[in-house]
Design a protein around this ligand. Structure first.
Ligand SMILES: [Fe+2]
Length: 164
């Protein structure tokens, strides 16, 4: 039977890979969504947050005796959700980026929820606190997307109607 601490470390490493993938995804999104300044502005903020989240995970892993520099993030493993939409050169690529971002944000929320539970079971208050900070940022990002996805869709539809 695996002990809780091993599982916690395993999940923290997964989250580390997840955040690395998030940073890659956001950089790609910013590059392809230049016509959507409000989305870019919010995502530039979330890029900074994601880098801090990665640092938080580094600290958590370090505190648990794992050197995060040795982690070969298998980023492709967690890219699955986003890649369904974000690859390829579909005409509606910006829209697909937003849909994928929305799904991915909820994947991150679920990951931090699970991590908080594991941290509690291990009595790791510092890990819990770090994960809660990141969870709050993910929730805020998800809320923003929730409120703005339709506006992005409308802008996309209007732009494409004008050019056709
Ligand atoms: Fe994140």
């Amino acid at each position: 039977m695996t002990n809780h601490k091993d599982t916690l470390v395993h999940w923290l490493r997964d989250a580390h890979a997840m955040e690395r993938a998030t940073i890659d995804n956001i950089e790609r999104l910013l590059d392809r969504m230049k016509d959507y300044p409000a989305v870019c502005e919010r995502y530039r903020q979330h890029l900074d947050e994601s880098r801090q989240q990665l640092e938080r995970l580094d600290t958590c892993l370090h505190d648990l005796g794992t050197d995060s520099s040795s982690i070969k993030d298998t980023a492709t493993r967690v890219l699955g959700v986003a890649q369904v939409y974000a690859t390829g050169a579909a005409n509606d690529e910006p829209m697909k980026h937003c849909l994928a971002a929305y799904a991915y944000e909820h994947f991150e929320i679920a990951s931090y929820e699970a991590l908080i539970e594991a941290a509690d079971l291990c009595g790791m208050a510092g890990v819990r606190e770090a994960c809660e900070m990141s969870l709050n940022e993910e929730r805020a990002m998800a809320d923003w997307l929730d409120k703005n996805l339709r506006l992005v869709a409308r802008q996309y539809l209007q732009q494409t109607a004008n050019v056709s």
